[in-house]
Design a protein around this ligand. Structure first.
Ligand code: ADP
Ligand code: MG
Length: 622
């Protein structure tokens, strides 16, 4: 419908337009500031189009005009304007592109939206029509567009609307090619006539737009969209500056990765691995700066969580894909299949990069591993698709390595390659640190027999190791456990001492409420006794950590193993022969138990322990 009066043509929006405007302003966008992102992105599109046209068409208006965007604000008059030297619009284009909603699915879409609220938002539908321009009505009550297209013979037109029922179009004076959009800001949107605020928003959303954006005389966007450059054309200074900008960091990154993927989903990405981890790496789930999502150099979402799995959330950088509409909302990115695909590709590439470092740049890898290893490892229990890759990235101290030299840390692969002839299992022991573990009596057999044992000291690993059932078809076993299938029978396995079984029963009755069982040890060499975990029991260190976390967590009873060839145990045997109900024998058994339990991390009853000790010492010095 249109009316004409003094050359001013008045058009009526289609019925659904009003509803749509209402919807855009009230539900599609939640931050009014993004009106600027939308206008800049439209200008950038228009500039891209004219740049393309210039390649083949020499007969256009303002052939040599610089391709740029100019923004002016006046805080006193509360006005805003943005002008570009882009392709401009003909009258028909003004009517068709701005005045109506091009897509016929729109009305259906609105109906669904109204019935279901936001839940009904369908990303495919929303991508089918452009609605970005209307975001401007969040910050103003009336907009003027003046535009002149690139055809030399075309006239300039002015479009005006309050975004409520109608818009008008009239011929106007505009000498140069391009589009100017201007308005007075609403009472509630005064901030958008302030210089500093506009600058802030450009920095946030449009810093990488590849046409200069001027605010007054100042050029605001200074940083190139490096991810569009060929990797061999970017310098390390540029990369470092870019990284510092996006990560708010003062130091350069440890490494980076540039991707340009063409496929079911096409995207470019520039990803960085920081040099240092935040002090609360494992806890900072809401680290504000992860990956930023762009569409053709315009920011769609900062810190876009769905682009990375949790365990890689330390990676910084940008992803740019034209396969998502600009006005996509957070809820949508979470469930969008394109996002899932990008996430998968990125994850695979980062793991390959790390694998490459681990093989070819050990210094870099260990720096990374020390800082981000704890978080990376959590992926073993959450990313089943990449689990094996992450397991291959693990590095361990072992009973053979020197923990002051991190370059000696070995992978599970290296461990299996140097396993002893006939060894069928991978052994590990977990505890607080290597020094304590080295002294653990359960290691004695392994040391004596030259069998390597992985020493696991990191809390995350303590939880993860039991879940890695096997590597390269070889089962992983904690040497804390009683069911270990030891390679050779220990030479003291069959005790010469016939009384050993009777001695065992005294141990059992004396410690009845403290241990699950008492057995003759195959693994002890130098220590008289040790505690091990039953087949079903939990790894010692894991149990210790659970006790710390949950006050009323009670660990399972353990198995006491005794070393029949140890002088102390031999003495106890003698004592037993002399007097099978000796009080001193019982005291010694209790004291021995308290001692090994102490080594195991349990603090004995102090008064009882000391009293018993005094009594035993008294007898010994008698
Ligand atoms: P979209 O950008 O997704 O198409 P918009 O609502 O942002 O949706 O814009 C609608 C259309 O209006 C654009 O596709 C374009 O044809 C036209 N348009 C908007 N701004 C400009 C501009 N500055 N220069 C030329 N054309 C523009
Ligand atoms: Mg747009």
């Amino acid at each position: 419908m249109e009316k004409q009066k003094n050359n001013i043509q008045t058009f009526e929006y289609k019925a659904e337009m009003k509803q749509l405007l209402d919807l855009i302003i009230h539900s599609l966008y939640t931050h009014p500031e993004i009106f600027l992102r939308e206008l800049i992105s439209n200008s950038a599109d228009a500039l891209n189009k004219i740049r393309f046209r210039k390649l083949t068409d020499k007969n256009i208006l303002d052939q040599d005009a610089p391709l740029e965007i100019k923004i002016e604000v006046d805080s006193k008059r509360e006005t805003f304007s943005i002008e570009d030297t882009g392709i401009g619009m003909t009258k028909e284009e003004l009517i068709n592109n701005i005045g109506t909603i091009a897509n016929s699915g729109t009305l259906d879409f609105i109906k669904i939206m109204q019935q279901q609220g936001k839940q009904g938002l369908d990303e495919k539908l929303i991508g089918q029509f452009g609605v970005g321009f209307y975001a401007v009505f969040m910050v103003t009550d009336e907009v003027t567009i003046e535009t002149r297209c690139s055809d030399i013979n075309e006239k300039a037109y002015s479009w005006k609307s309050t975004g409520t029922g109608t818009f008008t179009i009239t011929e106007c004076e505009k000498k140069h090619r391009g589009t100017k959009i201007s308005f007075k800001v609403k009472e509630s949107a005064k901030e958008f006539s302030q210089n500093y605020r506009i600058k802030e928003i450009i920095n946030k959303y449009s810093n990488f737009v590849n046409f200069p954006i001027f605010l007054g005389k100042e050029k605001i966007n200074t940083i190139n969209a490096l991810w569009y450059k060929k990797p061999e054309q970017t310098t390390s200074t540029e990369l470092n500056e870019f990284y510092k900008f996006i990560s708010n960091s003062s130091e350069p990154p440890l490494g980076h990765l540039q991707l340009s993927i063409e496929g079911t989903v096409s995207f470019k990405a520039l990803l960085f691995i920081p040099e240092n981890a935040p002090y609360d790496l494992l806890r900072s789930i809401h680290d504000e700066k992860s990956l930023n999502l762009y569409s053709n150099k315009v920011l769609i979402q900062s810190d876009c969580k769905p682009l990375l799995p949790e365990y890689l959330r330390f990676v910084k950088g940008v992803v740019d894909t034209a396969d998502l509409p600009l006005n996509v909302s957070r809820e949508i990115t979470q469930s969008n299949p394109a996002m899932t695909k990008i996430n998968q590709v990125i994850t695979g590439k980062i793991l390959s990069l790390l694998d490459n470092w681990a093989k070819n740049d050990k210094e870099k890898y260990f720096k990374f591993y020390k800082n981000f290893g704890p978080l990376l490892k959590t992926g073993i229990n959450s990313d089943f698709y990449n689990r094996d890759k992450i397991i291959d990235l693990l590095r361990f101290n072992t009973s053979f390595t020197n923990d002051t030299n991190e370059f000696e840390l070995i992978s599970l692969k290296a461990y299996t390659q140097r396993m002893k002839e006939g060894q069928k299992e991978i052994y590990y022991l977990s505890g607080e640190h290597k020094e304590i573990l080295d002294k653990n009596p359960n290691l004695e057999y392994f040391k004596e027999n030259n069998i390597e044992v992985l020493l696991v000291t990191e809390p995350v690993e303590v939880f993860i190791m039991p879940s890695i059932n096997e590597y390269d078809k070889k089962p992983l076993k904690s040497i804390d456990k009683a069911d270990i299938d030891l390679i050779q029978k220990n030479k003291i396995e069959t005790p010469e001492d016939k009384l050993s079984t009777s001695l065992l029963s005294v141990f059992k009755t004396t410690l009845a409420d403290r241990v699950e069982n008492v057995l003759i040890s195959k693994r002890l060499i130098n220590s008289p006794a040790t505690l091990v975990v039953g087949k079903q029991g939990m790894d010692t260190q894991m149990e210790k950590m659970l006790k710390m976390m949950q006050k009323d967590f009670k660990g399972a009873k353990k198995i006491l193993e005794i070393n029949m060839s140890h002088p102390l145990i031999k003495n106890l045997s003698k004592m037993y022969i002399a007097d099978s109900s000796s009080e001193l024998l019982k005291k010694c058994i209790l004291q021995l138990y308290d001692g090994v339990s102490f080594t195991d991390g349990n603090i004995p009853q102090a008064a009882e322990f000391t009293q018993r000790m005094v009594e035993i010492m008294q007898e010994a010095t008698n």
